[in-house]
Ligand binder design. Sequence first.
Ligand code: NAP
Length: 310
Amino acid sequence: MNEADLIIVGGGPAGLTSAIYSARALIDTVVIEKMLPGGQPILTSFIENYPGFPEGISGPELAERLESQARRFGAKIITSQPVEEVLQVDKGFEIKTEEGSFFSKAVIIATGTSPRKLNVPGEETFTGRGVSYCAVCDGAFYKDKVVAVVGGGDSAIVEAIYLTRFASKVYVIHRRDQLRAEKILQERAFANSKITFIWNTVIQSIEGGKKVELLKLKNLKTEEVSDLPVDGLFVYIGSIPNSSMVRNLVELDENGFIITDNSMRTNIPGLFAAGDVRSNTFRQLATAVGDGAIAANSAEKYLGELIWKR
Ligand code: NAP
C-alpha cells in the first residue's frame, strides 16, 4: 500500500475526481487525505451552483457521493494522514507523512485551502468557544442566539443566510461598504430580516469569559470604537493555500498557490496540481472537478510515456 503509480494528495472534490478518472483508467491510485475525504463541501451547508442538482445538494452529501464513486473504481483512500513533504527521488516521488513514507511515479497535489485567520486578540483563545470557521459544523449550537459573521465574499453571505435558520440575529461585519459576493446572494441577504449589516468596520478584538461575549469593533470611516455583544463569531475572510508540502519543490505564486499550465502540470515533470491550491483559478466546485479530471488525464499520459521510455 505504500507504493502506487499515482498518489493524489488531498481528498476534496479535485482529488477525488482525479481518483475517479485514474482508477477508472486502471491506474493504481492512492489518495492521501489529512482528515476525512470530501474537502470543502463537508464544511459547506448547501451547494446550489453545481451542475446537475437543480434543487441544490448538501455539501456533506456531495462529499460522500464523490468518495464512494472513487472507491467504486478501486481508488484506495488513506485518511487522517497529513502529508508533510513531497520529495523528488529516483524514478518518482517520496511522499512523507508523520507515519512513514509513500512512493509513486506521479503525484497530483489537490490539497485546497484553509480558512484565513483574522489575527486579532481573542481569536485563538475563543476558537471552539464561540469563534468558528464552519457554520455547518457549529451553527446548530446557536439556536435563538446572536451571532456575527465577518467577511463580504460568497462564503460569508451563504453562511450568514444559513445561520439564520438557528440564530435569532446575524450581524455581517464587512470592512468595506460593498459586498464582494454574487448579486443573487446579496439580494437574498438584504431581504432577510434576521441579517443586519455593519459596514466599513473591522473587529479589533474578541472578548469574553469562558465563551465569546462581545466584539470590539472599529468603524474605519469614523474611527469610532464600539462594543457588539454576540454569542458567537463565524470567520469567512477568504483562504490560504495548503501548499507547504511542496514549497521547496515547485514554483509557487507570491501568495503560495501552485503555478500550473492548462494541463495541470507544474514545473516538475510528473507532479501535477488541481483545484483551489492552484494559482489564478476561479475557485469553484465545478472548476475543481474539471481540474481533477484534467490532472488525471495528464498523469495518465505521463505514466504512459514512462513505460515507453523504459
Ligand atoms: P473571498 O471571495 O476571497 O472573500 C473574502 C472576503 O473577506 C472579502 O469580502 C474580503 O474583503 C474579506 N476579508 C479578507 N481579509 C480580511 C480581513 N483580514 N479582515 C476582514 N475582512 C477580510 O473568499 P470566500 O468568500 O471564502 O470565497 C472564496 C472562493 O470560493 C471565491 O472564489 C468564491 O466565489 C467561492 N465561493 C463560491 C460560493 C458560491 O456559492 N458561488 C460559495 C462560497 C465560496 P474585501 O471584499 O474588502 O476584499
